[in-house]
Design a protein around this ligand. Structure first.
Ligand SMILES: [Zn+2]
Length: 717
């Protein structure tokens, strides 16, 4: 035993010393939400043998997330090695200003306009057509000379000349009309997604240095960048084909309306005997952005389930089982072509008939040029066995939270996602043409969000019997990662290679929901226009990216407001559209708000653990976009759903009785550390998400670069 410890120690020391010179490969498995405490507990219990191998021969550390500990923010810092003041990603939501309104927008992807046909191209076309007409005239006109030489009569050649002129005019006119028709049927410009990540991620910087990086599920990467040698598939941040974070639909007789988390209930219309029809919404029509392109669907119930027809494609559905991806094709009109999407269906029941449809996602094999989800565009490397989920948040957590689907549906879907990502990762790994392989798994995060109540007896929605019957689904989501690591260990890793497992944050219970707007109103820092105490409920469909979120706020009486998960802005004069707080009042007001937040008690317990000013947390060129205050709640507390999007509720703090029972987003980052597991021994010390990129450089034998906020963990400090 002692001898083996000495050997392990010697190997470790050698590894540390050799790290800067060795030029092996590095595999980074990113696991969204892998919690340090749970991992530690299950490593000790022998539940995760492959990860324990990593810990025992290398290192296992807590990895400190960004503040706030929100996935977009933390991943952005992890892949760039810089703080949010440089990445520009301060949370899930971005504080947009549209005219006189504050609009909560998706932080990772903004929108830009792209001219379809520029005025320059139009002018070029018109001139080109005239010149073409002239050329035809010149080609036809030499007859005049021939006729003269042959001494033909003048009338004849004049007539031929007139015919030539008429032909040239006719062709020119036809081309002009055709061009006009084409231009009229194309939109002048279309709305295109724009990546809001402001710092360079490692798949770009390493690519520029000639290091081939293959990335799967890369967060904050959409639209996919052009690379010189790397390959990339975008992850967190990719919208669905409708441009939303992911709109799922449940079709049922009489179904109607949107849910809080952005899903929809739609009608299934009985047409005859066992036959029903429905309408499936696709992307917006670029010529008429208020309208969605639609497809008719038909559902015919059979003994085994149903025959589903959408856009002419028939799929047989078995009751209670997800279909394979179905390709749906929407037409943008004859001239503007078609757009393809992929979607899974699940027949939930037959009496009454209930059909679940996941979000319509970009087709990875037939993408839109202005919204690529992979680089190379439409590349086949990851595609050999048919389509895979491309949406940034494909897990059906929203429909499950809204109680549109049951445990079995969510767990089946999460299992499919994890299996496919594992398969793609192993296939890419075995190709052996990369120096860095980066693959991100999101399913442990999604499972913990929904089933934390199972492992938390204090949770208001804990049901011991349900928890028992489900089994430990969180542990199972960790075991999937463990099985992947085992396969990488046996089939992929060679001597000199390093394997890292990293997560963007850990987890905490979400027992009590906090309506921060209500609290601000009680402190007389926030007010609604009609003077009422509560506003209407908020939903992603109606309030994300729209003016409706803050439409009922009385800005003339509001000095502080919340946007997103626990981030406060002052209604500052000169910055906000209706600012009333004078710049010279700012410091005192921030001090006062922070003091009151830290004094806040819920049944004698502190609600807030930390309040930090944006300028103290961040540095870099985008600090002016940061919130004035970032709240770190105590364990158990999180911002309420309605408060995220400007809504006010009757209670300030109340029991969270929903399925979404674990979280990290507005929890003090010190309480929700993620993990860093490394096959190579790392010296002891704190580790932060910003340290991963500098450490990756050192593991590849590359020089440190300026302008990063993280430190190299391979060096003793
Ligand atoms: Zn996350």
């Amino acid at each position: 035993m002692i001898r083996s410890l000495v050997v392990v120690g010697m190997v470790s020391l050698l590894s540390v010393g050799a790290s800067a010179q060795q030029k092996g490969r590095v595999v980074i498995i990113g696991v969204d939400g892998m919690d340090h405490a749970l991992t530690d507990q299950w490593l000790d219990a022998g539940e995760l043998p492959a990860l324990a191998w990593l810990r025992d021969q290398g290192s296992f550390r807590a990895l400190r997330p960004t503040n706030p500990a929100q996935s977009p923010t933390s991943w952005a810092s992890l892949v760039t090695g810089t703080n949010p003041g440089r990445t520009g990603i301060f949370g899930f939501l971005y504080r947009g200003i549209d005219g006189d309104d504050v609009v909560p927008e998706v932080a990772m992807v903004g929108r830009g306009e792209k001219e379809v046909v520029s005025s320059g191209l139009k002018t070029f076309c018109w001139i080109g057509i005239f010149l073409f007409g002239l050329l035809i005239l010149l080609i036809l006109r030499p007859r005049k000379v021939t006729q003269r030489l042959e001494g033909g009569d003048a009338r004849k050649w004049r007539r031929r000349n007139r015919i030539a002129a008429l032909v040239a005019i006719a062709i020119t006119a036809f081309l002009l009309l055709a061009a006009r028709y084409v231009f009229q049927n194309l939109p002048e410009s279309i709305s295109v997604p724009v990546n809001r990540l402001q710092a360079a991620p490692f798949w770009r910087t390493l690519d520029e240095e000639g290091v081939k990086v293959v990335s799967l599920g890369a967060p904050c990467a959409f639209p996919a960048p052009d690379l010189s040698c790397g390959q990339l598939q975008c992850g967190l941040g990719v919208p669905d084909l409708r441009g939303t974070p992911g709109t799922a639909v449940v079709y049922e007789p009489g179904g109607n309306g949107a849910t809080q988390m952005g899903s929809q209930r739609r009608s299934l219309v009985w047409s005859s005997e066992s036959e029903y029809t429905f309408t499936l919404d696709g992307p917006r029509d670029p010529l008429n952005p208020n309208q969605a392109l639609k497809l008719g669907g038909q559902l015919v119930l059979t003994a085994a389930g149903a025959d589903l027809t959408v856009g002419g494609i028939v799929t047989q559905l078995t009751r209670g089982v997800f279909s394979d991806f179905v390709t749906v094709t929407f037409s943008w009109g004859e001239l503007r072509g078609e757009v393809e999407g992929i979607v899974r269906f699940r027949l939930q029941s037959t009496d009454p008939p209930v059909l679940y449809q996941g979000p319509v996602q970009f087709h990875p094999g037939n993408q839109l040029p202005f919204a690529p989800v992979t680089f190379p565009f439409n590349h086949g490397g990851f595609l050999t066995e048919g389509p895979y989920a491309t949406a940034g948040w494909p897990s059906a957590t929203g429909p499950y939270q809204d109680e549109l689907i049951d445990d079995a549906t969510l767990l089946e879907q999460v299992g499919l996602l994890a299996a496919r990502r594992s398969q793609l990762t192993l296939r890419a790994a075995k190709r052996d043409d990369w120096r860095v392989l980066f693959s991100v798994f999101s399913t442990p995060d999604r499972v913990q969000h929904m089933f934390w109540r199972d492992i938390d007896p204090e949770h208001p929605n804990h049901d011991a019997e349900q928890a028992k019957s489900r089994g430990n689904v969180i542990l199972e989501s960790y075991r999937r990662i463990d099985r992947l690591v085992a396969k990488l260990q046996t089939d992929v890793l060679k001597e000199g290679d390093v394997l890292l497992v990293v997560s963007d944050h850990g987890f905490a219970p979400f027992r009590r929901a906090v309506n921060i707007n209500r609290w601000l109103a009680e402190e007389e820092w926030f007010a609604l226009k009609d003077g009422s105490e509560a506003s209407g409920p908020r939903s992603l469909e109606e309030h994300l990216g729209t003016k409706a979120a803050f439409g009922d706020v009385d800005w003339s009486k509001t000095r502080v407001f919340n946007l997103g998960l626990g981030r406060l802005w002052l209604n500052l004069r000169g910055r906000e559209p209706h600012g009333i707080v004078a710049p010279e009042e700012r410091d005192a007001l921030l001090t006062e708000v922070s003091r009151r937040l830290l004094e806040w008690k819920d049944h004698g317990r502190s609600v807030v653990r930390s309040v930090t000013r944006g300028e103290a947390l961040y540095s870099g060129g985008h600090v002016d976009e940061a919130p004035d205050l970032v709240i770190g709640f105590e364990r158990g507390y999180r911002i309420s759903w309605n408060a995220c999007l400007g809504g006010t509720e009757e209670d300030t703090v109340f029991d969270n009785r929903t399925r979404w029972s674990g979280d990290h987003c507005s929890v003090d980052p010190a309480l929700v550390p993620g993990v860093l597991l490394s096959s190579r021994k790392l010296p002891d010390g704190d580790a932060r998400v910003t340290d991963v990129y500098p450490t990756l450089r050192a593991l590849l034998g590359l020089e440190a670069v300026e302008g990063l906020d993280g430190r190299t963990l391979t060096e003793t400090r």
